[in-house]
Design a protein around this ligand. Structure first.
Ligand SMILES: *Cc1c(COP(=O)(O)O)cnc(C)c1O
Length: 454
């Protein structure tokens, strides 16, 4: 087929199109020209690929679309009706109102981030959370960095570089997003010594692997998968026994980390930070934005001697946490201290929500869909590298759709609304879970649903 590049308009032709000149004052000239060039280039490529050239009006329309999109941030609020509470792709934990208010306050003005108000001299940013973490976990010292991956990397780099760290083969895992324990080890300069087999590791496997170069035994919580059947792992308490006998540290990567007993809410037990500290782990690592329910952070608690080593390591500066998240984390930790986590911290409000309330809200959502949906029982996942296989009962709004209004099409419409609502598709049915949506967001969902079927 003949490729007709002559049909392609020049930059000026688009620039002086009346729909564009009308906007002239709204956008800087250079930005207009660069967006037009970009659109013309992509049109040229499409003609080169044998497609017919778009009309001038269509090119102008795509330039206008692009300009409009440029004016809006691409990262925005969405409503998570997916049924996964800690959804990494949707930003993990939503924050409490109090945490948000403090984050705003310290960001819109200056703050006493590293400044002692009493004496007027320089202070440390870590004091704002260290005391709270020690009180909550019983640890001697604490340090907070960018995220848990950075926390583990910092810990291994500062303590185990050029030395050996023993990990059970069943725990040398990939957490997701490419975070693999063996890779992090390599990056830190520590030598990973894997012991045991995929399904079974015993205390003697650790004992036999200890050499003069061994500095630590490490436990990694298998937070995103379950090993079932004939399995055996060494408990943290046993590891600590072995560590004590051989004068070797025990490091504990808990992944999610949790301050509350999940079994109270009908969930499987998730290891708690307090238990790890009480058992005597030298350092315990966990995330701020998984079951803790705060902003992204990597939290390290443990013996002062080792926390201090990490604090002084040059890498600590490279992975340090910013003031906004530090402020949000401090308020989140305070919720636990005041024993108000289950009513204030959104992920715990979701976990604790009584099924009766969820059923009532599902019925309201269903009504907004005017007979297109039905309410069915289902399960909410906790997700986010915590409680694999653990789920909570819920009530789902199920939309089967048909023809032009297929479940996929409705799901897409909901995603592209003013406030995107994210559901999940299961066997060609769109499912919306009220448990992962805060009651304050119901109005947004109901409006979106009405809009969608209109
Ligand atoms: C999630 C997880 C990490 C990584 O934590 P981030 O805060 O996402 O960096 C590390 N280890 C384990 C066991 C995890 O579950």
């Amino acid at each position: 087929m003949e490729k007709d590049f002559r049909q392609l308009p020049g930059v000026d032709k688009v620039l002086y199109h009346e729909r564009i000149t009308r906007l002239a004052g709204r956008y800087p000239h250079d930005l207009l020209v660069s967006v037009i060039r970009q659109q013309l280039e992509s049109e040229r490529l499409s003609v080169a690929a044998g497609k017919p050239c778009a009309s001038l009006d269509d090119i102008v329309a795509s330039v206008l679309n692009e300009l409009e999109a440029l004016g809006r941030p691409t990262l925005m609020r969405v409503v998570n009706a997916s049924g996964v509470i800690l959804h990494t792709n949707l930003g993990r934990a939503p924050l409490s109102q109090e945490a948000l208010a403090t984050m705003k306050a310290v960001s819109e003005g200056y703050s006493n981030l590293e400044f002692k108000l009493e004496s007027g001299v320089r202070g440390s940013r870590h004091v704002h959370v260290e005391g709270l973490l020690c009180r909550l976990t019983g640890a001697e010292a604490a340090l907070v960095v960018n995220n848990n991956a950075a926390a583990v990397l910092l810990g291994l780099t500062a303590l185990a570089r050029r030395k050996e760290v023993i990990v059970s083969r069943g725990q040398a895992v990939e957490i997701g997003g490419g975070f693999r324990i063996p890779d992090v080890m390599r990056q830190s300069g520590a030598k990973l010594v894997e012991v045991g087999t995929t399904n079974c590791t015993y205390a003697r496997d650790f004992e036999e692997a200890i050499t003069g170069r061994t500095v630590a035994l490490m436990r990694v919580h298998s937070s995103n998968f379950q090993l079932v059947g004939f399995t055996s792992e060494v408990t943290l308490e046993e590891l600590i026994e072995i560590g004590k006998k051989n004068n070797i540290l025990v490091l504990d990567d808990l992944g999610s980390g949790c301050f509350l007993d999940t079994t109270v809410y009908g969930l499987a037990p998730e290891p708690m930070v307090q238990q790890s500290v009480r058992a005597g782990a030298a350092l315990t690592f966990f995330s701020g934005d998984k079951l803790v329910g705060g902003p992204q952070a990597g939290i390290i608690v443990g013996a002062k001697e080792y926390v201090d080593k990490l604090r002084r390591h040059p890498l600590a500066r490279a992975v340090r946490i910013d003031k906004t998240r530090l402020a949000g984390l401090a308020v989140t930790l305070l919720h636990y201290l005041k024993e108000e986590a289950a009513t204030k911290i959104p992920v715990w409000r979701m976990i604790a929500a009584p099924i009766k309330d969820i059923e009532r809200r599902a019925a309201l959502w269903e009504k907004a869909l005017g007979g297109m949906a039905k309410v069915v029982p289902g399960e909410t996942m906790v997700g986010g590298g915590s409680l694999p296989g653990g789920s909570l009962p819920t009530s789902l709004v199920a939309i089967s759709g048909s023809g032009k209004n297929s479940a996929q099409a409705i799901g897409r419409k909901l995603r592209l609304g003013d406030v995107p609502v994210i559901g999940r598709i299961d066997k060609d049915v769109l499912l919306l879970d009220p448990r992962t949506v805060l009651p304050e967001e119901d109005e947004i969902v109901i409006n979106s649903l009405r809009e969608t079927i209109r």
